[in-house]
Design a protein around this ligand. Structure first.
Ligand code: SF4
Length: 289
């Protein structure tokens, strides 16, 4: 049994209420989940860039960012009802493209065991990254995985599009670090989710989590979108780090901002925020997974 959220329309970010979830089982560590890959690499984004992390990429995402580099995880770009029957995993931590295939779905207990076996030598990884896709599309599964990882002594790191706040409520107690996107329509080509982002960030802050905000920016990002993002952060805590991440060209997304634009935006945001950093994707520059 699994609990992957099935959104009737991938255009709409909604809470996973009972209409959109498969029935939950009583024991969360027996709920199965669907992965697309597991690998060990360097964190290439945000303030933890350079840390060695173990990445667990989950299937499913309700958004459709124009620059998305994991289109195989995006629900709207797969056949209706699709779930991957297998995932890729490095033959050993850091082996890169030397990978093997394993079967989906797997239970939370099975995934925690996999992580324990993969973290070799023990303690190699700064933290375990739950990424996607949008990992909060599988919160029933995460509700078993995250406590299991904590019991095993791991630090947990959630990479999220930052709008499914009702789903966040179900697992936030077991998350240590939240890497939260604010999606800017000028870069994503999608609808905005300002209200969702506001609720999401407030929950992270109220729960005392280590949270930072990342906004991918392109040459076409209008100032007003950055002003709106800054207003959301400033109203909650102006000291929350905000990362301006220049778009990395991928597919049809070929319009990264200029250095002049980045500097101008950093100065603009500094009027209301205290920690604005410009950080491109380090792992892409290194050729890492
Ligand atoms: S939120 Fe992430 S996984 Fe989903 S479409 Fe955007 S970039 Fe891709």
């Amino acid at each position: 049994m699994d609990d992957l959220i099935l959104f009737p329309s991938a255009r709409v970010a909604r809470s996973a209420d009972s209409r959109y979830c498969m029935p939950a089982m009583t024991s969360s560590n027996q709920i199965s989940g669907y992965l697309t890959e597991v690998f060990s690499s360097v964190q290439g984004e945000g303030p933890y860039a350079g840390c060695r992390q173990l990445f667990i990429r989950l299937y499913g995402c309700h958004r459709r960012c124009r620059y998305c580099d994991t289109p195989e995880t995006v629900t709207a770009w797969q056949p209706a009802g699709f779930r991957p029957d297998s995932f890729r995993i490095e033959k050993q931590a850091g082996a890169g493209y030397d990978r093997e295939t394993r079967s989906n779905p797997l239970t939370a207990d099975e995934l925690v065991k996999l992580v324990r076996d993969f973290d070799h030598p023990r303690g190699l990884h700064h933290s375990i990254v739950l990424t996607g896709g949008e990992p909060l599309m599988q919160t029933g599964f995460l509700a078993g995985v995250l406590p299991g990882l904590k019991r095993a002594g791991f630090r947990t790191y959630l990479e999220t599009s930052g709008d499914l706040y009702h789903e966040l409520d179900k697992v936030i107690a077991h998350v240590d670090i939240v890497a939260m996107d604010i999606k800017l329509p000028g870069a994503t080509g999608n609808e905005s989710a300002w209200g969702g982002h506001r609720h999401f960030l407030k929950r992270c802050r109220d729960a005392g989590k280590d949270v930072f905000v990342k906004a991918v920016v392109s040459a076409d990002t209008p100032d007003r979108e950055l002003d709106q993002a800054a207003a959301i952060v400033a109203a909650i805590d102006p000291s929350i780090p905000v990362i301006l991440q220049p778009l990395t060209p991928f597919g049809e997304a070929d319009n990264p901002p200029t250095l002049r634009q980045l500097f101008d935006w950093q100065a603009r945001l500094a009027e209301n925020l205290t920690d604005i950093r410009i950080i491109p994707q380090l792992h892409k520059a290194m050729g890492a997974l």
